[in-house]
Design a protein around this ligand. Structure first.
Ligand SMILES: Nc1nc2c(c(=O)[nH]1)N[C@H]1C(S)=C(S)[C@@H](COP(=O)(O)O)O[C@H]1N2
Ligand SMILES: [Mo]
Length: 409
């Protein structure tokens, strides 16, 4: 059974303004498309003819984001000016449909299912907020981050958003450990899967309605470190990032971190949805057993524009970030001669599984002309970025060294 969306969701322009910090002209633009107090499906599905639709609520200035409509990636060159965490207004967004605006005063989280002893619980926002909370600094990264390089670097395109490397961000998340809520709901030792369900509109593709975004999580991970997040970098979650409550699953692909949470099903049987059977499984010749995605892979990125100009003969310190879903980064090596030789970069500051490590590389480019910067990260489990990523039909987990073009002048 699904909740009646209209009891959970309200499109309230005032709240949107307050929470998203929208400017007046954005408000006017949105006001034209949003009937007040209508169910969310009506505005994401059927904006008045000719009106602009705004699947993502926050402003997406082109100098900060590459905008794909319902998705927007962070421009890596802008990360150089940012601290360890990415501010809320700069964080990438990935919506399967569109950002809903939810009234926390009528919001409820229902926990139910065969994996509970007893009927489960329903929690209001205030009840959840009064439970013990903790802080976690961790990344959210889309499984498809880096997908475009399957096409541009390996000549084997795969469909889906053609992300560069900017479908990742690290934030300080504050919330209630999922474990606490599952225990309060009476989780039994028979439980095997825990499935968070989003309140955003159902995903309809090719005429098929797949229902709300939802993806089962093995009970072990759910009880380990998953967090029911209320705040991002010290503020209430912004609408685009899951207000009032989202899940954050450290180290795992982004879709595990379900936004706009409305229900959690706890089951004593394995659960299935579109998001662990069709999407977010590895498919293609190299993956006959179709493994279901969980933890993220190893990657690195330069905080530099594609084709950036570097002055010949002048010392320059280049910076980047490297990360892995399963363990801390232990080294990053740099090559400027297309892999013939590698020099270690200097790692800086915070490290850990599921979050990034900043690196610096001081060099003096000599010869004028086009060049490539290669960075190759290794994590604590001994995984090193390969030169070629294994192809899979959905273009997930592109982990290969990305060849970053620069121009020495
Ligand atoms: N309910 C819901 N949860 C969701 C999504 C969504 O569309 N609906 N997108 C998922 C995907 S694919 C990713 S990568 C992350 C993105 O989180 P962000 O938009 O806060 O950066 O949210 C995940 N959670
Ligand atoms: Mo994603």
């Amino acid at each position: 059974m699904r909740p009646d969306e209209s009891t959970y969701l309200q499109t309230r322009t005032e709240q949107m303004v307050e929470r998203a910090g929208l400017r007046r002209r954005d408000l006017l633009k949105l006001g034209a498309t949003l009937p007040l107090a209508a169910g969310v499906a009506s505005w994401v599905g059927a904006a008045p003819a000719g009106a602009a639709t705004t699947p993502i609520v926050k402003p997406l200035p082109p100098e900060w984001f590459v905008n794909y409509g319902t998705n927007a990636e962070m421009r890596w060159e802008t990360a150089r000016d940012l601290g360890y965490t990415i501010p809320n207004e700069r964080f990438f967004v990935r919506d399967h449909t569109a950002t809903p605006l939810i009234d926390e005063r009528t919001w409820k989280l229902r926990v139910f299912g065969s994996g509970l002893d007893g009927p489960g619980v329903e929690l209001t926002y205030d009840q959840l907020r009064r439970m013990p909370q903790r802080d976690v600094v961790t990344a959210i990264e889309c499984a498809g981050n880096g997908r475009s390089f399957f096409a541009t670097q390996q000549g084997t395109p795969s469909p889906g958003t053609q992300w560069g490397l900017g479908a990742i961000g690290v934030a300080r998340w504050r919330g209630v450990p999922l474990r606490g809520v599952l225990e309060r709901a009476g989780i039994s030792s028979r439980a095997v899967d825990v499935m968070p369900v989003g309140l955003d509109a159902s995903v309809v593709s090719g005429g098929v309605d797949y229902g709300h975004v939802r993806r089962p999580l093995p009970v072990g991970k759910a009880l380990d470190d998953a967090l029911l997040v209320l705040a991002m970098n010290g503020e209430d979650l912004p609408p685009d990032h899951g207000f009032p409550v989202r899940l954050v699953v450290p180290g795992w692909i982004g879709v595990a971190s379900v936004k706009w949470l409305g229900e959690i099903e706890v089951s004593d049987q394995p659960l299935f949805s579109y998001w662990n059977t069709v999407q977010y499984v590895m498919t293609g010749d190299a993956y006959p057993s179709r493994p279901v995605l969980g933890a993220q892979t190893v990657k690195s990125a330069w905080e530099l524009a594609k084709g950036a100009e570097l002055p010949a003969g002048t010392p320059v310190t280049l910076t980047g970030r490297a990360w892995s879903g399963t363990s801390a980064i232990v080294s990053v090596e740099i090559s400027t001669d297309q892999g013939a030789s590698w020099t270690p970069a200097r790692l800086q500051g915070q490290r850990g599984a599921g979050t990034w490590t900043l690196f610096r590389y001081a060099c003096r480019p000599l010869e004028a002309g086009p060049a490539q910067l290669w960075a190759r990260a290794t994590d604590g489990s001994g995984r090193t970025q390969p030169l070629v990523a294994t192809f899979n039909s959905n273009g997930y987990l592109f982990d290969a060294v990305v060849r970053h073009p620069v121009m020495v002048r």
